[in-house]
Design a protein around this ligand. Structure first.
Ligand SMILES: NC(=O)c1ccc[n+]([C@@H]2O[C@H](COP(=O)([O-])OP(=O)(O)OC[C@H]3O[C@@H](n4cnc5c(N)ncnc54)[C@H](OP(=O)(O)O)[C@@H]3O)[C@@H](O)[C@H]2O)c1
Length: 141
């Protein structure tokens, strides 16, 4: 039996699908989940037997480490929605603190000198650890 931590990638867009593909390339079994089951199943099929599709609740339950590859505002909602289920987990956070701007593109949505890696720890449910990784160091965003 493998003693490695179980990893789930939640949010299977640009970043999540690339991280999932690289983990599988490294021979790592993973759980994949998105709010759209069809997207989850399509990616799992593409990645092969090492990628196990799951719904979000099952992915959280079965994982030790969760790569949460969704946008900054949805992350905050996610942390509230799954607060009790996330206890004891490590969340890997690639997010930049941005949201769609009214005139197109993106705008920064935290303080000018604040980063996602600084802000999100203040939003964490009890017993959750956060690792900032896979994104950009972004005080300028
Ligand atoms: N793209 C980049 O170059 C880049 C670089 C550095 C950091 N980042 C950061 O990485 C994160 C993801 O960016 P991305 O470009 O990969 O975004 P994306 O392509 O929009 O992918 C996000 C995925 O997560 C899904 N999703 C949204 N809310 C969800 C929820 N509550 N639960 C589960 N799945 C959910 C989305 O589904 P729907 O399609 O239904 O919305 C979509 O499949 C962001 O925080 C971003 O700031 C991105």
């Amino acid at each position: 039996m493998s003693t490695k931590s179980k990893v789930a990638v939640i949010g299977l867009g640009n970043i999540g699908s690339a991280v999932a593909a690289n983990l599988v390339k490294g021979n790592r079994p993973i759980i994949v989940a998105d709010r759209t089951l069809a997207k989850t199943e399509a990616l799992a099929q593409k990645l092969g037997a090492l990628a196990q599709p799951a719904d979000i609740a099952a992915a959280i339950k079965d994982a030790d480490i969760i790569v949460l590859a969704i946008y900054f505002n949805p992350i905050q909602e996610f942390l509230k929605q799954y607060a009790s289920e996330l206890a004891g987990k490590v969340i890997v956070n690639p997010s930049n603190p941005i949201a769609p701007a009214e005139n197109g593109g993106f705008k920064k949505i935290v303080g000018e000198d604040e980063s996602s890696g600084q802000f999100l720890p203040t939003q964490l449910p009890q017993g959750v650890k956060l690792a900032k990784a896979l994104g950009t160091w972004e005080p300028h965003l």
